[in-house]
Unconditional design. Structure first.
Length: 214
């Protein structure tokens, strides 16, 4: 496992190339996000996904959040998008809103935990967007932590938690932690708020007037 310093708001091209090489080879890269460190893998590599769940000690049917380079990259992983989708993401991406939509037939079923869906987001931080752009497809954005434990907020915490079980850590300094992204499921008859987060329900309601909150 190698630790590579990186500027998360203006990453060098060689740092991006190193990370993409690891991902394309089926490896796992830890990197900072707007809140905590995440674990990136290639979502089209089933073995990498299985290994990622083993590393996190999560059930193998756990779904994966995907981080996109930009809104257009959703076409790589999603099927038919609901009518409300475009206006919603135009207003909140890049940013802390995760939406669940039907998955593309080509996407491994394990990405959505076998549900035929995929959770996607264009993150506010530049680094994961640039990596997804260089890879040519989204990357996983699951939090860097063991199942049931607190997410890592520094590269040192990531190294202490995962050690040699991951290939690379991009050290972008400490992350702020705090509230996670808001998650909205757009695959049902009505949009459903699955997790309250940085985007409040009141901000979503003008775009999703029939939004249901469990």
């Amino acid at each position: 496992m190698r630790v590579t310093p990186v500027n998360p708001t203006d990453p060098r091209a060689d740092r991006l190339s190193e990370a993409v090489e690891v991902l394309a080879g089926g490896g796992i890269v830890a990197l900072p996000t707007e809140t905590v460190y995440g674990l990136a893998a290639d979502p089209f590599n089933v073995e990498a996904l299985q290994r990622l769940n083993r590393v996190k000690r999560k059930p193998q049917d756990s779904p994966f959040l995907l981080l996109l380079s930009d809104p257009s990259q959703v076409a790589v992983v999603a099927g038919r998008l609901p009518d409300c989708y475009e206006r919603l993401v135009e207003s909140f991406w890049p940013g802390p809103l995760t939406v669940i939509v039907p998955s593309a037939p080509e996407l491994p079923a394990s990405v959505g935990g076998g549900q035929g869906t995929v959770a996607v987001r264009v993150p506010g931080m530049v680094l994961p967007r640039r990596i997804a752009a260089r890879l040519g497809r989204p990357i996983t954005g699951v939090s860097a932590n063991l199942y049931g434990e607190q997410p890592c907020r520094t590269a040192i915490e990531v190294a202490g938690t995962f050690g040699e079980s991951i290939e690379m850590i991009l050290d972008g300094g400490p992350t702020p932690g705090g509230v996670a992204s808001t998650i909205v499921d757009l695959t049902g008859a009505k949009p459903r708020l699955l997790r309250s987060g940085l985007v409040p329900m009141a901000s979503l309601e003008p775009f999703l007037p029939d939004l249901v909150h469990d």
